[in-house]
Design a binder for this molecule. Structure first.
Ligand code: WT7
Length: 567
């Protein structure tokens, strides 16, 4: 039986107080996420249970119990306090997925700091925008990334401390730089955590909008309530699970569910600190007997591209529950996962701003491949009209809207209250995505509001076209945009990457067109296909359609600091 029981019955008897009660929290109490993920789990008798199984690209494996993690987090918290850092200070984590990143995150929260995780592949430009905006006081980093920090430090007056976690003593450190070595520090058994309350700031996550500067979504310690209970109900985490969230903590999935949700539930997590490779991913699942797996469509499509044989060469029988987030999950990907793993990927929808899953498929609830599922119990969601922002009837496409007030909701955009306020209309938080609800209450994603194509006055979402394309055997991935057109305003254009063994040609172009013609309405049919070697993606794996569009039209590309590959 799944933790959620039956979705329908949970809808009736759910309240956030269930989570508060399970966490022994009462309004007004201290609620420090760092404490909840470590000390509390130890007090519950799981001191010697594995918290983290970590593997790096070289193949080295390290394992840490909840008690070791507790002490390591204390040690970092103590060190940060010793530097004079205080509660409320923004402290950036700028590291690969090394254990210190996880302990550092919890340590920052323990001492009352605001954790600002940034993806370690960011260059100096991306780094400076986010550190400047946040007025970051300290940055915890690794030797290999120090040169990037050094390039910008003189332009950042508020940045006082640069902490290097693997300093080897070879080259001298400069002013403001300090070395921290977990193995050499005196372990701090007992640390007085900062008495954070529900509304105390916890995490600052930068999200890149379509244009302009990235915005910092500010979260608070009370987010734990949503993250804990959704990890339990959606990811279905149990005491004996081995859980693998593939996301980097530079992105909200990697913190809400790659740190907080699972550890607050006292569950063992795996981390693979290596780039994507189907072989090493399957090896990892087999080696550590992963049971619950949370990943993203971009990775799933990459696995599909590698084919079914490689799956058969591995014993993946430990897997029991699969989830996905970040982009629309194509029906084809769900069908494929059922075929090769005997399990469907459960699509989950949320955002940096929502802090936790808001619409999702649940264990035990029928999966309709291609649908995002239904609102999480305790979340009131609807689809509102594009113009009036009033809820609209079943089946009509509009904007996804959520009633504010769930615990993990962001509290503001850092120093940008104006834009924060603009996201709330008619008492709804407007996500900026288009979808419709079917007669069974399932949500169907159409596209980001800014990605929707207007062809001859008809609105077409890129997702259904990309999904149809993916069903063709030669197509590995695609990005679909509206190309300006003098007659129709826009026409549909598809950028396609092909699977190994297929070469671009007029023949294959025609074949793909004929294939999707049967699946799509004439309005949604691409007028043009362009074969490309790769698609522009964010570092979290999202296809950046606006980059494809800007390339097509020669317009300004906007902020591309999160772009993964060079243009
Ligand atoms: C945007 C939020 C939340 C973790 C990572 C992304 C898109 C996310 C889905 C899904 C369709 C999805 C939306 C959303 N998105 N999940 N299951 N189906 N679209 O966080 O970087 O803040 O992006 O990602 O467009 O608004 P983010």
């Amino acid at each position: 039986m799944a933790n959620i029981g039956s979705y329908e019955s949970k809808l009736n008897d759910f309240s956030w107080q269930i989570a508060e009660k399970e966490l022994d929290y009462k309004p007004g109490d201290i609620i420090n996420i760092g404490e909840y993920c470590t000390d509390r789990i130890c007090r519950m008798g799981k001191k010697d249970k594995l918290a983290l199984i970590w593997k790096e690209h070289s193949g080295d494996i390290k394992k840490y119990t909840f008690d070791q993690m507790r002490v390591h987090a204390n040690t970092i918290a103590h060190y940060l306090s010793g530097l004079g850092l205080q509660n409320g200070d923004r402290i950036c984590l700028f590291m690969d997925k090394i254990p210190e990143l996880y302990f550092g995150f919890l340590g920052i929260l323990k001492m009352g700091g605001v954790a600002q995780p940034l993806f370690s592949a960011f260059g100096p430009e991306s780094l400076i925008t986010r550190l400047e905006d946040a007025g970051t006081a300290a940055i915890i980093t690794q030797k290999k990334h120090l040169s990037k920090v050094r390039k910008i430090v003189n332009d950042l007056p508020s940045l006082k401390n640069i902490i290097v976690v693997d300093y080897d003593g070879k080259k001298p450190l400069k002013d403001g730089e300090t070395a921290f070595f977990m193995e050499k520090e005196e372990p701090i058994e007992n640390y007085d955590i900062f008495p954070a309350k529900a509304e105390t700031p916890s995490v600052l996550h930068y999200t890149s909008g379509t244009t302009g500067k990235p915005k910092g979504a500010q979260h608070v310690h009370y987010s734990l309530i949503s993250q804990y209970i959704s990890a339990k109900y959606v990811l279905d985490l149990n005491d004996d699970d081995i859980y693998w969230c593939t996301a980097d903590p530079g992105w909200v999935t990697g913190t809400s569910y790659g740190i907080i949700g699972a550890w607050a539930n006292g569950v063992t997590q795996c981390v693979l600190d290596a780039g994507f490779k189907a072989q090493s991913w399957y090896d990892f699942i087999e080696e550590h007997k992963v049971t619950v797996w949370y990943s993203a469509p971009t990775a799933i499509r990459a696995l599909m591209k590698e084919g079914d044989e490689i799956v058969k060469e591995h014993d993946l029988s430990s897997l029991r529950h699969l989830c996905s987030v970040g982009e629309p999950l194509n029906a084809e990907a769900v069908i494929w996962s059922e075929k090769v793993f005997g399990l469907p990927f459960h699509d989950t929808f949320w955002q940096t701003e929502t802090g936790s899953i808001v619409i999702s498929n649940y264990p035990g609830m029928k999966v309709k491949p291609g649908s995002m599922g239904k609102p999480f119990p305790g979340i009131t969601a609807t689809i509102v009209d594009l113009k009036t922002h009033e809820p609209i009837e079943t089946g009509v496409v509009g904007l996804i809207a959520i009633k504010p007030g769930w615990p993990a909701m962001f509290r503001t955009y850092w120093k940008n209250e104006k834009v924060y306020k603009s996201k709330f209309i008619n008492g709804w938080y407007i996500c900026g995505d288009r979808a419709s609800i079917d007669e069974d209450g399932y949500y169907w994603f159409v596209g980001r509001d800014d990605d929707v194509i207007n062809t001859g006055g008809h609105l077409v979402g890129p997702f259904e076209i990309e999904s149809a394309l993916l069903e063709h055997e030669a197509v590995a991935e695609s990005g679909v945009i509206g190309k300006p057109d003098p007659v129709n305003m826009e026409v549909v254009k598809a950028f396609i990457t092909l699977k190994a063994g297929f070469e671009p040609s007029d023949m294959i172009n025609l074949e793909i067109m004929n294939f999707i013609r049967k699946k799509l309405s004439p309005l949604a049919m691409p007028q043009e296909i362009e074969f490309v070697d790769s698609l522009p993606k964010t570092r979290s794996g999202k296809i950046m359609r606006r980059v494809l569009k800007a390339r097509e039209t020669g317009e300004d590309i906007g902020d591309i600091s999160t772009l993964e590959n060079d243009l």
